[in-house]
Each structure stands twice: as C-alpha cells, then as structure tokens.
Write a protein that binds this ligand. Sequence first.
Ligand SMILES: [Zn+2]
Length: 359
Amino acid sequence: MLIFDAHLDLAWNAIDWNRDLRLPVAEIRRLEHEQGLTGKGRGQGTVAFPELRRGKIAVFIATLLARLLRPGAMPAVQRYSSMPAAYAAAYGQLAYYRALERDGVLHWIKDWPTLESHVQSWKRDDGTQPLGFILSMEGADPVLRPEQVQEWYDAGLRIIGPAHYGPSPYARGHNMEGGLFEQGPALLREMQRVGMILDVTHLSDQCFYEALDIYAGPILASHHNCRALVNDPRQLTDDQIKRLIARGAVIGAALDAWMMVPGWIRGETTPKRAGVKLEHVIDHIDRVCQLAGNARHAAIGTDLDGGFGREQSPMDLDTIADLQRLPELLRNRGYDQAAVEGILHGNWLGFFRDAWSAC
Ligand SMILES: [Zn+2]
C-alpha cells in the first residue's frame, strides 16, 4: 500500500549527521559503527532512500531544520548563533533536496496537479519513480523577518511550523509556557497571505490557541500524538484535537517511542523494556478517529531518525520499510479498507488537494 509520511528530517540527517541516504540503512549503520559514532541515534538509523522505496513511502513531508543556539538544550539541532546563519543553513538543506532531485532520486512537489500525477505514477510503480516530497520548515528561525515568508514560498517551501523545542524568534515551543512573541502574529498573517500552510506541531498550548485565532489558512499537525494517552505537553489535548478537526486538519501520528507509551524516561527506558510496538501508534490514530467520529483526520508523520534511532523506536521496527505492517494492524482494530487507505495516504492527499485548491 502507498504510504504518505508527514515528517522526516532527511536533509538534517544528510548534512549535520553526514549520512549518504542513497545507501541502504544497514550500510549507513555499518559506516557509523566503523567511525566509532556512538551518540544517541548513531549507528542505528532507520531511514534511507532504498528503504523508503521498499516501504512504498511514495510521498513525505521533508524538513528544513536549522535552529538558533539554545545553550544546553539540544546541541545536535540547536546550533546557530544568529538568524542569518540559520537562514543560510536552511538554504543549504534546501540545496540538498535540489541535488537529489537532479539525480532523479526525489521529486519536489509544490502543487496539487504535481502531487496527483506523482501518486498516479506510483500506482503503476515500475521501480523507477522518484520519491515525492513536500518541503516544510520545522522552527521558523531561518525566516529573517515575517515579510520574508514570500521568498521562502518562491523557493519552494510550502509549510512552516513556527516553533520547535524552546523559543523560536516567533513562538514558544511545547516545553514552554506562554504565547507568541511580538513578531509571531505578523509571521502568521504573512503565511496566510502567501498560502503557506501552518504546522502546529511543537507550539506551546497558548501559542496553539493564539495561532488558530490569527491564522485562517490550512492547518496540519505533522507529527503529534495524544496527550490523553501520553501525558506531556508535546502531545495534543482532546480539546486541541477537536479544534483541529473543526478546521479540517490532518494529524500525523509519530513513532518516537517516548511519545507512544506513558512513563518513558529518555535515555533510560528501552523499547524492549517498555514493550513499545508499532501497534501502540494505532492507539493514537484511533483516539483521533473516535474524537472525529470518522477516519478522515488521522494519518502518520513518523519523525523516524528525527534525532533518534532504533533505541527510541518501536521494538518491532527495523527500518522505515516496516511501515507496511500498519495496514494489517489497522485492519486488526476493525478499520475497513477505505479507512486504512485514508490513514496511510488518502487523508494527506485530500488535505493537500483542498489546501492547494484554496490558494
Ligand atoms: Zn519535531
């Protein structure tokens, strides 16, 4: 079955962690072991282009991730001392996707007709189709001023998540209390004006509600689980899920193990000890469906290799190609074929069809 994954930090992996994603996952792991890389996520990645192809992950949302330095917070990601440096690093990541597109590995999707024909070509898959991606920015640190959203749109960016962990220049992240910063409302209004989709993932609770009031354009939550199941501000409350459903949003369930089951202690708990399996993500998908009263708003946004590897992924997932087990797990929970197809790709396709025809 065709799969649409709404969150992969591919360029960040390729550049900051120097992974050649054209190689199979096993080869990347071997090279990192050989180099003695033992930090979190190293030597145990799960994502590369051969596995994305094998898993029929025909389309994904790929990120630009270049955050300002927040001393002590997240050294792997938050590393730039100025916004111009974050801006330049994000353009470097954009150039990575462009290079892979020129090589015929990737297909950059910026509008609905292209997305529709890409999916049609994958339905006739002969093993040569490039992997499709829609470009997103996680944390708006590389947007120098709100008026610069237009430049990013013209460069091919289609989605912005204003926050990530901690503060961004515009919004507070989920691990903070408080609302948008002074330039936050102007950023959101400019996003709406140019047709840039809003990703609410990582926003603080107050920023979430402020953003929904200010921004009237299309909204998604790219990689987000349910707070009723894992009680942490990183996840969405039932009220937030209902507000998103009312706005026609789609919510991508993530496979970051600590977000799937309660009681996870990062760096201590292991997937095996916690017994985290792929089927736990179905609990989150199912809750969104129960709150919606239908299966049209739940989907997946795995975040695999988003700064972690097998040590923080479901124990029965070796590589991203194992997402092909999700259809069976959904069917076991009573989801019919139409619902399964919707959750694995159709809901995202419908979201982008609507979002991009409204622009
Ligand atoms: Zn994230």
